[in-house]
Design a protein around this ligand. Sequence first.
Ligand SMILES: [Fe+2]
Length: 308
Amino acid sequence: MRKKIRTATEKAASRRKARRGRAILARKARAIETIASGSACDAAANLALRQGIYAGKIYRITSSVAAKQLVAAVVALLAEEFGPAPLEAFRRLQFTLPGQELFERMGKVRKTLFARPELQALVFAVLAEQGFTAEANAVDPARMRAVTSGGHLNPLAAPAYTAHRDTWYSNPQAQINWWIPMHDVGVGETFSFFPALFDVRVANDSADFDYDRWAAEVGFQNTSGLKAVYPSASGFDEDSALPFACQAGDIMLFAASHLHQTAKNASGATRFSTDFRTVNLDDHNKGLGAPNVDNLCTGSCLADYLGS
Ligand SMILES: [Fe+2]
């Protein structure tokens, strides 16, 4: 068999591809850093943490007592609605309750969490552990998320699985996202980051999103039946995805402008998580935050955050 002779152009292209692959791998390896809860709680360390996040660093915080308390409180809310049971039982409700009933009752739990001050106080305890003060930060209250196993097969849920930056939804460039799994999660149950695209322009339809119009016509719990605009990425390098696994009560801390995409959960159980967001007001007012490389939305959700 004759060996194919590669031209100099083909060899150069191959070398470029290999270099790019190595660069992506290196950036993935550097992207997530695990730190212990409380290790960035003085002002200087907190500033360095925020600067790292604005530069694209993703932190996994372990051993947070307050995050575990928050998780326990949300599990207790599920028990209020569905009856006392371990979280593992709630993860399997999708197989015993009709879909619409489950959706409505989960919505009730989400609204209760959102509205109860004593539960949101637990958010501030999580923040305090990491040196984020209530005075310095605007806070978007905690929300519970439930991603059913096989939920991605429902065409109506498609927007929830597209890759996006939260900043395309009028979230400030200085926003930091706090994501807490309520049980141990494998790589197929979380979401993926695209660290190589953090500061690289990605084609998207964020220009169609205006916060005031969205808040007036659709809102967070979108039960209006109106078709919302969900800005999404298109034509990007999906191979650069960085999925991750973590444990119950860990905190994933990252810039809202990180491109990310929810995993198609096929684990056989619903994935539960709780998340909230913070914006350091001083940083925001100074124009600090993650770089804006491709965000064309209008408006800002900041006025709706506590303490803004
Ligand atoms: Fe998101």
